[in-house]
Design a binder for this molecule. Structure first.
Ligand code: MN
Length: 465
């Protein structure tokens, strides 16, 4: 770990600029309605495995039709940039990051926070101020995709930060997609039972450490663990947070932009033009389906820094795979090391799996029993990260960041007869299209999947060959 002075988006961009990283500035006037997303596709978007590990510079669109606010995309495109922004080494990024999943970095309340330099609480029209992108012609609407949602449990006061997709439905109205079981969804269901709206803030344009911390999920960051502690540990200082102007929630003090509001107990369709229509392009490389019914967010305030930058992301591509995958690597490494074997050396969640469904796990075998322990670790990986589908076990001489090396191991250290452990009818990721009864009669219901360990390691007794 090396010292860097990054605490918000601006200091991150400055740090990249002064350390030789290139940020592309586009002067051409483009519309937030599909034009920027189309232009950007040459940089970062594509099927997950089309982009290499360090694909595309970050891009700033300076001249957005009808807006004075610029749009930033692709900040997390490159794995080495992600590592640099955290002060860590990119080869062992997940392994190094796992050391920062600790307690003790309590967020610090800041008075007069920069994110409240400008405050709008009446006649709110978020699309008037923010160049929120619509990605494709069939998308349900403009989507906020880099909003860190910050909420508290109404009863216990436990806090959580998570990125959720938010579709603009009106001047001061959004829908929020809360996948069941995510911590803010649990807070929301509890508030709904009490008949109360859940106060939230949505922080856009924050310290990259906060974005990466917000992608951790259970069991590594259990219910009640505020992921801001991870960002605080990385920066050796509790994250500065602000009291919201219009509700009891807190926001990230150095955010470029904050939307304050309430998740209402009421719901509406995500795509109001076509209930069976699209949402937006998703991380696994397919266009997502709109949800039939989603909770409504009523906006109570819009606050922002002077000359704010609007940051966003579009799936699929290397940026989304990095954001999803780096915390998954940290989670897998930490759980396997603590609960199964300390012979795990490293872990990489390949972009081919969108960062979530495919993991390459690397081990050093020192004895015959390690053959079994390695396989045990493969099974444990599915408990360490619930959305994982394929776990590859690999030796320490394999470059796990290179899929050619991984497939070489699969060709020469793997037999289809017995190097596979496959477990049927487990809970899969809702966006994987192969887990439906339509794909195979082996899937009894929508959302069930086989999870498979591919043991591509040499048996210990043959290691000297
Ligand atoms: Mn959480």
């Amino acid at each position: 770990m090396y010292e860097i002075n990054v605490y918000d988006l601006r200091s991150a961009l400055k740090y990249l600029n002064t350390s030789g990283e290139k940020i592309d500035v586009i002067d051409q006037q483009l519309s937030a309605d599909c034009e920027i997303a189309a232009h950007y596709s040459a940089y970062g978007a594509g099927v997950p495995n089309k982009s290499n590990l360090n694909h595309g510079n970050p891009v700033i669109y300076k001249n957005v039709k009808g807006y004075s606010v610029p749009v930033l995309m692709g900040l997390f495109n490159s794995r080495s940039t992600c590592a640099k922004l955290l002060g860590l080494d990119h080869i062992n990024l997940g392994r190094e990051l796992s050391k920062f999943v600790v307690d003790g970095y309590v967020p610090q309340i800041m008075d007069n926070p920069p994110c409240q330099e400008n405050i709008v609480t009446s006649d709110i029209d978020i699309m008037k101020v923010l160049p929120i992108l619509r990605y494709t012609n069939s998308s349900a609407g403009p989507y906020i995709t880099m909003g860190v949602v910050y909420a508290q449990d109404l009863e216990t006061g436990e806090e959580d930060i998570t990125i959720h997709r938010l579709c603009v439905q009106g001047k001061d109205t959004l829908t929020i997609y809360l996948i069941p079981g995510r911590h803010i969804e649990i807070f929301y269901q509890k508030a709904k039972k009490m008949g109360k709206p859940l106060p939230i803030t949505i922080s856009i344009g924050v310290d990259p450490a906060i974005y990466l911390a917000s992608t951790f999920s259970y069991p590594v960051t259990p219910l009640g663990y505020n992921e801001l502690h991870i960002a605080g540990a990385l920066r050796k200082n509790g994250v500065k947070v602000a009291k919201a102007v219009t509700n009891d929630a807190k926001s990230i003090a150095y955010s470029e932009i904050v939307i304050e509001g309430y998740i209402l107990p009421d719901e509406m369709p995500e795509n109001t033009k076509c209930v069976d229509g699209d949402s937006l392009p998703e991380f696994l490389g397919y266009i997502g389906k709109a949800q039939k019914s989603l909770p409504i967010v009523k906006v109570s305030a819009l606050t922002y820094r002077n000359n704010p930058i609007y940051q966003t992301i579009v799936g699929p591509g290397s940026e989304l795979s990095n954001l999803c995958g780096i915390s998954t690597e940290a989670s897998l490494y930490k759980c396997i090391k603590e609960s199964v074997t300390d012979k795990i050396q490293n872990c990489f969640c390949s972009h081919s799996g969108g960062g979530k469904l495919l993991a390459f796990l690397q081990f050093i075998k020192d004895s015959t029993i390690d053959d079994a322990k390695t396989r045990q670790a493969g099974i444990a990986a599915f408990a360490a990260f619930h959305e994982l589908k394929h776990a590859f076990l690999l030796d320490d001489d394999i470059n796990i960041l290179d899929e050619r090396d991984v497939l070489w191991a699969m060709t020469t250290r793997f037999q289809g007869s017995h190097s596979i452990i496959s477990i049927p009818n487990l809970n899969g990721h809702p966006l994987d299209p192969s887990q439906s009864p339509e794909f195979s009669s082996e899937n009894p219901i929508e959302g069930t999947t086989y999870k498979t360990v591919f043991d591509c390691t040499v048996p210990y007794k043959m290691k000297d060959k």
